[in-house]
Design a protein around this ligand. Structure first.
Ligand code: SF4
Length: 213
């Protein structure tokens, strides 16, 4: 039953918004950088920080930039002192594979995920964002928008990040495209309608959702 409800949410959002073409980035490495920069901030701030690389964003640049210069570039994304360290750490990890996506994908999703989680500054959501949107691997991303939607609808998928992730992965086809679209749709609808203060009028889920507080 819950599984069917989840599918209904996906189909309804997809019919309404279509393919949102996530993740908006020019390269795999840019997705990785974006996944770090977007922690605890709005995407508009990430875009401002990205622009300050002036088209020159590469692993070697991140590794070679003095830390204070990197901090200055990414300042609009907030928490720039921590994020500069995280960027260096995740870039070192990526370049441990020569930045070669095929080399990384020789390993199982679970092994790559476990390695990513050991990188400074990479938690569950960041690891899954990198796996899904940079490496195109079927790892469902859970975030505050997902939790809020499931609470209000409601979908009793669990309380913790891993419970909700596992529920969604077992309920949906194991397909990176589906996970990609679904997370993008949830975030988009969360920004349009399912905000902190819900704006249900016109929400594509209004007909089915219980709108719990
Ligand atoms: S109907 Fe309201 S509570 Fe339900 S998903 Fe839409 S905005 Fe959120």
């Amino acid at each position: 039953m819950l599984v069917r409800e989840l599918e209904k949410i996906y189909q309804t959002l997809y019919s309404h918004y279509d393919d949102l073409k996530w993740w908006p980035a020019a390269s795999i490495f840019e997705v990785i950088v974006g996944a770090i920069l977007t922690q605890n901030t709005a995407w508009t701030n990430v875009e401002k920080a990205m622009e300050r690389f002036e088209g020159n964003l590469s692993p070697s640049r991140i590794l070679n930039l003095p830390i204070d210069e990197l901090q200055e570039i990414i300042r609009p994304a907030g928490f720039y002192r921590q994020k500069s360290q995280y960027l260096k750490a995740v870039t070192e990890w990526f370049m441990g594979y020569d930045g070669d996506i095929d080399l990384i994908k020789n390993y199982s999703l679970q092994d790559i995920r476990a390695e990513l989680l050991k990188v400074r500054g990479v938690g569950n959501e960041t690891a899954d964002s990198i796996l899904l949107y940079a490496f195109d691997l079927p790892s469902f991303v859970v975030d505050a928008y997902t939790m809020r939607l499931f609470r209000r609808y409601p979908i009793d998928a669990g309380k913790t990040y891993l419970e909700v992730k596992t529920f969604c992965e077992e309920a949906l086809p194991r397909d990176a495209k589906v996970y990609n679209h679904f997370h993008a749709l949830i975030v988009h609808n969360g920004k349009e309608h399912c905000k902190k203060k819900m704006a249900c009028s016109g929400c594509p889920l209004e007909e089915f959702c219980q709108k719990l507080p």
